[in-house]
Design a binder for this molecule. Structure first.
Ligand code: ADP
Length: 400
């Protein structure tokens, strides 16, 4: 059997994304989403070779029932694949300072992931449930953890520390960790290839712009700064998350405006960002549609998104000194030529000049340079986090 297939799992608290990936070439054999866990209408949808299917799961199903269904009904019965897996790769949101790279999961690692739950209370407990369910579904297969935070562990203290009393870092682990590490890592490798440079000699600014969004400064292939913080709430304007904000606003809302702390945190995570400002949607396509129709708040939300993003990009000239390329990725980065051209216009002071044809052509999974000849380089690289997870998993298994 030559195919190195990896089952990639991304377990959330109420849903589970899964994909079967060929670790050698990133090819996706199948993918799907189980959702509405612990609710009467728990369900699952999946896609094999462009054929889409969906069905209900037993009411109130959660991780374990969903994984059993995926293994028994989809992988074994429908796809006939179970014999070919080399590993199960788990996307883990938070690895704290414990995990600086992907690891094979044993009891000690599982305990470490559980210990990081206080830093990602919505995600890590769900990952642990998913790992345990996958371990019982595939007792003979190696399970691997791939951390969103790991790529950012190379940041120097001056970038990851908050200007708070030092013991908060030492005793309570309060620091910047960063997220989307697998995506930033993937585009770094791809950018180095496209630029024909060694990764260890490549400086890029990577902008991962999806529902969640973050920018990373990558020097000689290693992360030296990033916009997300201790949690994914910091940094850019996102779909529903506020990004950076004056911390006193929280106190003001609680003590003067009658909000509960939970209410404020909920608002900052789920009702802010593009949705909060526009009052329309967290989805960038809807914001663009409304902007085209002349909706002033949609335009404001879009402009805030672009302005803050560009300020972050410009500020990363400081740690990098020399920038080989700005890389756009994620749903917005890969598809919105408008966002890219507006960001690069704001960066004219650095000499960036968009090639509007190339910029418009870089959509729907097309990779390419979008700047004119003679301009510093900006490019679009479609991300593929699942492939990184599959590659790391297969590599760790073959080194065992
Ligand atoms: P997630 O963070 O959920 O993985 P994605 O990377 O899929 O998100 O990105 C989702 C975002 O990409 C949404 O805001 C969506 O509107 C935006 N997007 C997708 N296609 C386009 C497009 N053609 N133009 C602008 N935005 C787009």
């Amino acid at each position: 059997m030559n195919n190195k297939l990896v089952l990639v799992l991304n377990c959330g608290s109420s849903s589970l994304k899964f994909a079967v990936i060929n670790a050698d070439n990133g090819g996706e054999i199948m993918s799907g989403l189980a959702e509405c866990f612990n609710l009467p209408d728990a369900r699952i949808k999946w896609k094999i070779a462009e054929k889409k299917k969906s069905t209900s799961l037993h009411p109130y199903s959660a991780h374990s029932a969903a994984i059993s269904f995926i293994v028994e009904e989809i992988i074994k019965k429908e796809a006939g694949l179970a014999e070919q897996f080399v590993a199960v790769g788990h996307r883990i949101v938070h690895g704290g300072e414990k995990f600086t790279e992907s690891v094979i999961i044993d009891d000690h690692v599982l305990e470490g992931i559980e210990q990081c739950s206080s830093l990602a209370p919505l995600h890590n407990p769900a990952h642990v449930l998913g790992i345990k369910a996958a371990q019982s579904a595939f007792p003979a297969l190696t399970q691997v953890a791939v951390f969103d935070t790991a790529f950012h562990q190379t940041m120097p203290a001056k970038a990851f520390m908050y200007a708070l009393p030092y013991n908060l870092y030492k005793e309570a682990h309060v620091r910047r960790y960063g997220m989307h590490g697998t995506s930033h890592l993937f585009v770094t490798d791809q950018a180095a290839k496209a630029l024909n440079k060694a990764v260890s000699d490549t400086n890029i600014i990577s902008a991962h712009l999806g529902n969640g969004a973050s920018v990373a400064a990558i020097k000689k292939g290693k992360c030296v700064d990033t916009s997300m913080g201790m949690t994914p709430l910091a940094g850019l304007v996102m779909g529903t998350r506020c990004g950076d904000l004056d911390p006193s606003i929280i106190e003001y809302l609680v003590t003067r405006q009658g909000y509960s702390l939970k209410g404020v945190m909920d608002m900052l995570q789920k009702q802010s960002g593009l949705l909060g400002v526009s009052g329309i949607s967290s989805d960038f396509r809807n914001i663009l549609e409304e902007h085209d129709k002349g909706n002033a708040r949609a335009t404001l939300a879009m402009e805030m998104f672009i302005y803050r993003l560009t300020k972050y990009i410009a500020s990363y000239a400081v740690p990098l000194g020399h920038i080989d390329a700005i890389v756009f990725t994620g749903g917005i980065g890969e598809n919105s030529h408008l966002v890219r051209s507006k960001v690069l216009e704001l960066l004219t002071i650095f000499g960036y000049q968009v090639d509007s044809e190339k910029n418009k052509a870089a959509i729907l999974g097309n990779q390419g340079i979008i700047t004119a000849a003679g301009s510093p380089i900006a490019m679009v690289i479609p991300t593929n986090e699942e492939w990184v997870i599959a590659q790391d998993s297969a590599k760790l298994v073959s080194n065992q």
